[in-house]
Design a protein around this ligand. Structure first.
Ligand code: C2O
Ligand code: CU
Ligand code: CU
Length: 500
């Protein structure tokens, strides 16, 4: 599924920065003249496929220390390492199984963001893994090739767990790998997790003073370290970008404003590559872009001030005025030539006819959705399986919010009655909602039913989610009655997970 050269190169790069064990300190990667370190590439997670054909992975959430800043040791959390986690990779049609062990001092969960998955395997706030405990979800991957991700989702503590370092990429492959796209992992196909952090003078993560959109920092991390550069060996590079920040929104562009091609959104490839010079990405969203480089001609990926700010008060406090250098791309003198991008990428059949009205409405304001905060014991709606719905979502606040739905990838059918711009016309699981406009989202709840375990919908600004800007829905088979578990019943919390 990935060439041997790709794997070895990715692993070799990663092994520089993600040394075995749980620490990077004392083994700092070679720095270039400017003191910059090469971008760490998360290693591909090893997996085994048994005679049953099931692909098995194991993840261990653990504490460690990371050299986020060169020469400084920061206490962090990670999966199978000190920060972030290995890149999981599976093919459409494969059954995957995980053994997730919690070696942290507190309960956590692991959610597969963007995955169509049975609710009991979703890793939301009901699938708690106690310290020392193990959770073993399994499901069959059935969705198009995409860059998904995984992260903790413990009720009320998601921001803290992600901020401390728990997050990783989950790649799905399908027959589209026959397309001539850069796909040599760690060589010309680069996962890029962008996060902002605040560090205390002694190098610890500063978790104090969240703004109204959460913990904002001015130290930008790429794949877990600050000040990285990407050595480039090919004329064309694919960046699979994840905004893994708590609350910061980025508007990405290159330092010379060069054009790049966007090829995928949250849930997979777009219909065709679209040429852009900037792209905005809010927490939880992914974009895949392909950028062309010239030998010996470095260029920097930057974040520019946010332009979409009508209706936002105190934009500066939300980081909307900030400019950052994210990652410097440093090409060799001679680059390996790359084929032109395919003219078309994927078929995306419309889920509903144009103009299909909404069946449900969601009002986003302060820390509430439809004037309510999350209650683990309240099911906000039940949805019959194998139905397609249109959700109408509106930010009626003066804060930034976005909207994420578990289990599905949706299509934005309109924004205030207009067709979405091409960058929002593909599969999405998270959409930025600027104050005012109404976003219509079409989604299909296929296959999985569960009368007990709900899926979540929420704002993906992690402080807002923790503050209760979230709700729950059950997907039910015909005739099935909801039987939600009661979280306050003794012994029920973490049902579906067990201690070791
Ligand atoms: Cu990425 Cu419910 O979350
Ligand atoms: Cu999710
Ligand atoms: Cu919000």
């Amino acid at each position: 599924m990935v060439s041997r050269r790709g794997f070895l190169t990715g692993f070799a790069v990663a092994s520089v920065a993600l040394t075995a064990g749980c620490t990077r300190s004392g083994s700092s990667a070679p720095a270039t003249a400017g003191g910059s370190r090469p971008l760490p590439i998360p290693p591909l997670a090893p997996s085994t496929v048994g005679t049953d054909g099931v692909r098995r992975f194991s993840l261990r959430a653990q504490a460690g220390k990371t050299e986020i800043l060169a020469g400084k040791s920061t206490p962090t959390w990670g999966f199978n390492g000190s920060i972030l986690g290995p890149t999981l990779r599976a093919k459409r049609g494969e059954t995957v199984a995980f053994t997730v062990h919690n070696a942290l001092p507190e309960a956590t969960t692991v959610h597969w963001h963007g995955m169509h998955v049975p609710a009991s395997c979703d890793g939301g706030p009901h699938q708690t893994i106690q310290p020392g405990g193990t959770w073993q979800p399994s499901w069959t991957v059935d969705q198009p090739a995409a860059t998904l991700w995984y992260h903790p989702h413990p009720h009320g503590a998601t921001e803290k767990h992600v901020y401390r370092g728990l997050a990783g990429i989950f790649l799905i492959d399908d027959e589209s790998s026959a397309l001539d796209l850069p796909e040599d992992y760690g060589v010309d196909d680069i996962p890029l997790i962008i996060q902002d952090r605040r560090l205390t003078p002694d190098g610890a993560l500063d978790e104090s003073d969240p703004s109204d959109i959460g913990l904002l920092g001015k130290t930008i991390l790429t794949n877990g370290i600050a000040g990285a550069h990407l050595p480039v060996r090919t004329e064309r590079v694919r960046l699979r970008i994840l905004n893994g920040s708590s609350g910061r929104i980025y508007r990405l562009a290159f330092s010379d404003s060069r054009e790049f091609q966007m090829i995928a959104s949250d849930g997979g490839l777009l219909i065709a590559p679209i040429p852009l010079r900037t792209i905005q990405i809010s927490p939880g969203e992914r974009v895949e872009i392909v950028v062309s480089l010239r030998g010996g001609d470095p260029v920097t990926l930057r974040s520019l001030p946010i332009e979409q700010r009508a209706g936002i008060s105190k934009a500066a406090a939300f980081g909307f005025d900030d400019t950052f250098d994210i990652l410097s791309l440093e090409p060799d003198q001679k680059l390996k030539p790359a084929a032109p991008l395919p003219a078309s990428l994927a078929a995306i059949p419309a889920l509903v006819a144009p103009g299909t009205p909404a069946t449900r409405t969601f009002d986003l304001r302060w820390h509430m959705i439809n004037n309510q905060r999350m209650d683990m014991n309240r099911i906000d709606m039940t949805i019959p399986v194998d139905t397609t719905e249109v959700w109408s979502v509106r930010n009626s606040d003066n804060w930034p919010h976005n909207f994420h739905v578990h289990d599905v990838q949706f299509q934005i059918t309109s924004i205030d009655g207009q067709a979405p711009p091409p960058e929002l016309a593909g599969w999405k699981d998270t959409v930025y909602t600027t104050p005012g406009p109404t976003y219509l989202l079409a989604m299909r709840f296929a296959g999985h039913t569960d009368p007990t375990y709900p899926y979540m919908f929420h704002c993906h600004l992690l402080l807002h989610e923790d503050q209760g800007m979230m709700g729950q829905f059950l997907v039910l088979a015909p005739g099935q009655q909801p039987a939600p578990m009661q979280m306050d019943m003794p012994g029920m919390e973490g049902h579906g997970a067990h201690g070791s």
